[in-house]
Design a protein around this ligand. Sequence first.
Ligand code: SAH
Length: 243
Amino acid sequence: MSGWVKVAGLGPGAEAMVTDQVRAALAAATDVIGYIPYVARVAPREGLVLHPSDNRVELDRARHAIDLAAEGRRAVIVSSGDPGVFAMASALFEALEHRPDPGAFDIEILPGITAMLAAAARLGAPLGHDFCAINLSDNLKPWDLIERRLRLAAEGGFAMAFYNPRAASRPGRFERVLDILREGCGPNRLISFARAVTTPDEHLLTVTLGEARAEMADMRTMVIVGTPDARRVGRFVYSPRSA
Ligand code: SAH
């Protein structure tokens, strides 16, 4: 049998949110590659080699999977949420681009439920109108660019979903994000903090930007800002479809 690489999204945490397509790929795999906590979500079985690795070695991981496929093995690279959202799918293509034989491998990207959508569903419908998704980590882009995009998103009246809001190494950065948002959106705009959604540790909180504090977010939190018209209905928050 010829080898392949599939990049699979495991969803936000709950087993019920892993798609049948991803389950089938894991059942057919000989190798599973990924960041330690994601590989830990895959049940070990005979004939399956697990390759957990540390964070920030995405390209090595992608090359490893390609090498395995070239040997005829069936490799699944696992990401949390969706593999195309700030995750391994792009890293795979980046690695593939540097190979002389990029067409020689059978590649498939298997989507998953991204944290943004899982969080929005738990909160109500904060992304019910035009929205943008921004990764607040400056590992792979300059901080100035993040600030510029925040200001433009605020000016455009978008709802906003923020991934990687608060790195333990640079907690002060998220204070700055809140300042920019208060300046661009005003103190009454609703902002939600959705932590560890669909897991036993889930915690949801909605406040105004005036009330928001940096400590409300950590690296397991999705931060979602509603549109200028976003409002509460009971325990939910929603952005109306019209503006
Ligand atoms: N590919 C992933 C995102 C990776 S970036 C996806 O599509 O979901 C990692 C960030 O995603 C975290 O810092 C956090 O902001 C968010 N995240 C991942 N899982 C989450 C969950 N269960 N609840 C809330 N946020 C989550």
